[in-house]
Design a protein around this ligand. Structure first.
Ligand SMILES: [Zn+2]
Length: 394
């Protein structure tokens, strides 16, 4: 492993494969954050931009049943996003992708929020055998991207529903001020990646849920003109505030840690990533809090110095639900780590198209973050990182 280093501003460190530091020791993700904050100001200017966005959504929604589609998981951010959209006078359609890993609290939260807000809910339930096959394939791929099947299926479902309902806006619940940007070496997903890993390690084809191709994506974004928007980015969003509002207004209950409304996510973040890849996603959220002044750097360092708490029995639960024997599971945990660069993906094409993508981001067809994240070629660093990581572990 190269020299260990930690950002002088946030707490991202050399466990991020592609991290770089400037002369002052500030990391590239702090720089990306500065760019994002320029794109999405909060305060008075943020309020103005948010109400402008909402007016546009209302205008495009005229004569249609819904103004926007909101993905809901039962977690903090998506529940609050639905609440905010409704409160701002929009007619959202809530969409939920059920991959078989919902916690009971999550199901209850979705039911309560949509009922109280009087919002229609569309749920797509994945065929469990198909979804399991895809998840196991990703575990066998030995990359830190085991949440790709969920992430990519969600965006595919949202786009399909938006196209069907002739809705132009897909509302995402991301908020950089509260959770930061996920480093690309920690999470990467695209449709080609998903299909290539499934072809290599899986045995089924997904029929019960959509996995959109690049051609379909381009059609929906550029011909159907569907846009991904992030209203929370224009606000001084904090998870604490959202939790309070959700609890008070929507009978919401806290599922626990970040995105722990899914049992697989809980296993993935607390056990699989830290143990196999030395990746601790709390560093990302803590770093975001430091940058937005909600936490001091010392508090953040203290928080991540204790190991990520692992819920009793969760590893056995995941093993048995995925029907993995102890031997198969150990094999997955001990396999040499890889990255998306070891599989066919659209990443080379995205790199080639970085300028058109930049323009699409400036036109806000895609959230500006796309450009900052994918417009840089990190491939050499990521490849070397895992090679050294595996050599050191041997
Ligand atoms: Zn930093």
């Amino acid at each position: 492993m190269g020299k260990e280093q930690i950002c002088s501003k946030c707490i991202l460190d050399t466990t991020v494969p592609e991290i770089t530091f400037d002369e002052e020791g500030v990391c590239n993700y702090c720089k990306i954050n500065d760019e994002i904050m320029r794109e999405y100001p909060a305060g008075v200017e943020g309020d103005r931009m948010l109400s402008e966005l909402v007016s546009k959504m209302k205008k495009h929604g005229k004569g249609k049943k819904y103004d926007c589609v909101v993905g809901v998981s039962g977690g903090t951010d998506s529940t609050y996003t639905l609440y905010l959209m409704k409160k701002m006078g929009l007619r959202p359609l809530a969409v939920h992708f059920d991959n078989g890993w919902n916690s009971e609290i999550a199901v209850e939260n979705i039911k309560n929020a949509t009922e109280i807000l009087g919002v229609d809910l569309y749920t797509l339930v994945a065929d469990w055998e198909e979804f399991k096959d895809m998840q196991v394939a990703f575990l066998k791929s030995s990359t830190p991207d085991a949440e790709v099947p969920t992430d990519y299926a969600i965006i595919s479902v949202l786009l399909k529903v938006a196209a069907k309902e002739k809705v132009k806006y897909i509302v995402e619940g991301q908020a950089s001020r509260a959770e930061g940007t996920t480093p690309i070496g920690w999470t990467y997903h695209d449709g080609r990646y998903l299909r290539s890993v499934q072809r290599k390690y899986g045995s089924k084809k997904a029929k019960s849920f959509p996995v959109l191709s690049l051609f379909q994506l381009l059609y929906l974004f550029f011909v159907k003109r569907i846009k991904l928007v992030r209203p929370l980015e224009y606000t001084e969003y904090s998870k604490q505030m959202a939790r309070e509002v959700n609890t008070k207004e929507l009978k919401w209950k806290d599922p626990g840690g970040h995105h722990h409304e899914s049992i697989f996510t809980k296993f993935f973040q607390s056990y699989y990533l830290p143990k196999k890849f030395n990746i601790d996603k709390r560093k990302r959220e803590c770093s975001a809090k430091i940058r937005s002044g909600k936490m001091t750097r010392d508090e953040a360092l203290k928080e991540v110095s204790a190991p990520y708490p692992v819920e009793d029995g969760i590893v056995d639960y995941v093993k048995s639900k995925l029907e993995l024997s102890d031997e198969e599971f150990e094999k997955i945990m001990n396999a040499a780590n890889k990255s998306f660069l070891d599989y066919p993906t659209y990443f080379p094409l995205i790199q080639l198209l970085r300028w058109p993508i930049k323009i699409a981001c400036q036109l806000h067809i895609f959230p500006p973050i796309f450009y900052y994240k994918y417009g840089v070629d990190h491939s050499t660093k990521i490849k070397t990182y895992w090679k050294e990581f595996n050599d050191n572990r041997r």
